[in-house]
Design a binder for this molecule. Sequence first.
Ligand SMILES: [Zn+2]
Ligand SMILES: [Zn+2]
Length: 146
Amino acid sequence: MIQTLLKEYKCVPGERFAYSSQNKSITFIAESMRTPAGKLALLHEIAHMKLGHFSYKYDLELFKMEIDAWEEAKVMAKEYLVKVDESHIDDCLLSYDKWVTKRATCPRCKSFGLQKTETLFSCVSCDSQWKVNKSRNKRILRKLIN
Ligand SMILES: [Zn+2]
Ligand SMILES: [Zn+2]
């Protein structure tokens, strides 16, 4: 029945599991389809598509989308009899949590900052502002701008 899903959601084999809201397509690692972890990763990407996720402006929106996509993936996993590794899901969410926290932490005084734009934060206690890099797959860079 995973085959049905692959067709229904126009999934194409690729080098990683990913959902592109621009292309309305999903890539998946074909060799992983035999393992429960691979199937679950696929369901997660399909969940993003089902829920109509697309661009986000704030980190917390992205975090929320990840939580929702995992919830939906769990529902689908039941339907498609895919084994769910809860600790894997926890690890994924934890890494997003760390990412969100680190970007929002003031490089000067370590307080929590507010996100002003996609790449700009400002500190509520010392008024510092810092820029972050856009990619969430790369190392987090914070650069003070005042
Ligand atoms: Zn995701
Ligand atoms: Zn500060």
